[in-house]
Design a binder for this molecule. Structure first.
Ligand SMILES: NC(=O)c1ccc[n+]([C@@H]2O[C@H](COP(=O)([O-])OP(=O)(O)OC[C@H]3O[C@@H](n4cnc5c(N)ncnc54)[C@H](OP(=O)(O)O)[C@@H]3O)[C@@H](O)[C@H]2O)c1
Length: 258
């Protein structure tokens, strides 16, 4: 499917996606591939990446698998160098890898905190900083899209490390946007509300899930496709004057009554 408007054209973009093996990252990968972008796909599970690359190539796209564990600076640096070499430069980073551990704050362990903050904030910072260094060295400018969450803007209970990490990522994005504008690098945030994916699907028909949906003004849980417009906006030159912006896609959840 070609881009519906030249304004949102990404067919010349060379895009690195993190967390491409499942959920939103997998959905974004198929969206970007359908719109003709050249892709480097990363996550830890190399077998899944290889299968995904084969699928995209089979449909006529261009994709490379690059195993990266964002918890490791060494892995991030090696993966970025490999993606840069395979793509011939990275023009866009979709910084999506993330995890959540649901637990009351009094029960949270140091290891759990480090895992969640290490992936969602430190890992996202390592990826964004590393990609920006490559963009600066190549003098090409570039575009970084950090995937945060509405929970970085308005917290809920039981996910203390996740809400802290996503709030941190939003602030980090604004700092990076300020510092990197002179290098012609844009940094924006996509903040989804609750989105139905394979992993959380059973929850949405449970009592708790239905109660949560009733508090969303649009009275529906988001579908991955609901993010397509915002992702294409941020990944393309349609957002050329946007940097340090937070684009919320949440069915109105953030403005629901307290
Ligand atoms: N689903 C939602 O409702 C929702 C709402 C708001 C925001 N988000 C955000 O959207 C992003 C994707 O979430 P999701 O729901 O799609 O989650 P998911 O299905 O669990 O996918 C997470 C992805 O991150 C990768 N990953 C995890 N730890 C990693 C690490 N240390 N290094 C490299 N890759 C790692 C996983 O791949 P491997 O296991 O192969 O490494 C996987 O591809 C996250 O940042 C999340 O916070 C999701």
């Amino acid at each position: 499917m070609p881009a519906s408007s030249p304004l949102f054209d990404i067919s010349k973009e060379r895009i690195l996606v993190t967390g491409a093996t499942s959920g939103l990252g997998l959905h974004f990968t198929h969206l970007l591939a359908r719109h003709g972008a050249k892709l480097a796909l990363s996550a830890r599970r190399k077998d899944k990446l290889d299968a995904l690359v084969a699928e995209i190539k089979g449909a006529g796209g261009v994709a490379h698998a690059v195993a990266i564990d964002v918890m490791s600076g060494e892995s991030v640096r090696a993966g970025l160098a490999e993606a840069d070499e395979k793509l011939g430069g990275i023009s866009v980073l979709i910084n999506n890898a993330g995890i959540a551990i649901v637990k009351p704050i009094l029960e949270y362990t140091e290891e759990e905190w480090d895992q969640v903050v290490g992936t969602n904030l430190r890992g996202a910072w390592l990826m964004a900083q590393g990609a920006a260094k490559i963009m600066v060295a190549r003098k090409t400018g570039g575009n970084i899209v950090n995937i945060a969450s509405v929970l970085g803007l308005r917290p809920i209970g039981q996910v203390p490390a996740y809400t802290a990490a996503k709030a941190g990522l939003i602030h980090l994005s604004k700092t990076m946007a300020m510092e990197l504008a002179k290098e012609n690098i844009r940094v924006n945030v996509l903040a989804p509300g609750y989105v139905e994916t394979e992993m959380n699907r059973p929850f949405w028909s449970s009592k708790g899930g239905l109660a949560l949906i009733s508090r969303i003004p649009q009275k529906r849980v988001g579908q991955p496709e609901d993010l397509d417009g915002a992702l294409l906006l941020l990944a393309s030159q349609a957002s050329r004057a946007m940097t340090g912006s937070v684009v919320v896609v949440d069915g109105g959840h953030l403005c629901s009554t307290m």
